[in-house]
Design a protein. Sequence first.
Length: 343
Amino acid sequence: MCKLCPKKNRYRILATPTRPEYPAGTGKGIIPLVMLVLLMCVNGAVQAQGTPPSGENPSSGTIVNIGAVAVAAKPLNTLTALPSKKHVFESTQSVKVINKKQMAVAGPAGGAAQALAVAPGVNVMTEGQTGAPRAAISINGMKTGWGNIAGNANDGTVMVTFDGVPMVDPSYEVWQASEIPQLSLIKGISVTYGPGYAVNRWYDNIGGAINFIPLQPTAKAGGTVGGFFGSYGTHGEDFSLRTGDMGDGWSGVLAGGVTQSSSNYLHGYGFDNPSSNYAYYAKFVDRFRGGHISFGAYTASAQSYRPVPIPVAPNAAVTINGANPITGAPNPGPLYSQQTTGF
């Protein structure tokens, strides 16, 4: 047998058993037992150090219970500023930031709908490829806007803001992608998946939030002028002007753009799909000790042809030139149908 005798939290072997296959003196039967005793000694030493004698200071190897540690993350501001990668990483919310470089994928004629299509989990159904047509936009299935042939409106599930100000279409009580047809005056877009922080919520961001951050006033003056031309008569012009520091803490920015297009859905049949849009924006900020005050204005307009199902048979009231927007009478031209103009 082997007897273990505790002495000052240590153990020593008094006798070692032998096995028939390992004759006494070979030492082979001692190894497993020695390893076991060493493990027991380590365990006994750790437990003995866990509770030091009263009146003694804990040593560096002592386990000390310091209680619960609570760390509170600050809400991520996605309304009036574009979050940095570090802020998004440290946030408890799922946020995607679309910067200028990523917005360029939408092309110079693209608008809000085309820019949002690059965000994961965001689905866009639009009636055209410029910033003028309307669009239905969803974040993980939660929708807003009005798009596609059915023209179904979706509202009350995604909040949309422009520089922190909620946006809504007074006619349909929903946000339309055509309200932001020009990307040249947008600094970046933040997409929040889910309700997000309470401090950033409005009544309709059940499924998420889309925040458009426009160009902001800067301390240094500067400006840009741009333009583009494309096929089917597509062209556009845009500008931005930063005043810089005007004195007494005041600075401002002016920006705007215009786009026109006459793309053909069916090349060769002469079916015209005209669209046009413009947007202008201005903001002035007075920064002073302890805060700031800002004044801003934004206006936009967009017109675009809404595609409709092609009639199977000719109809005298439907031509390829559409109808008069004032009287509603059909504009003269070839009848629009599968039999006369094709698909």
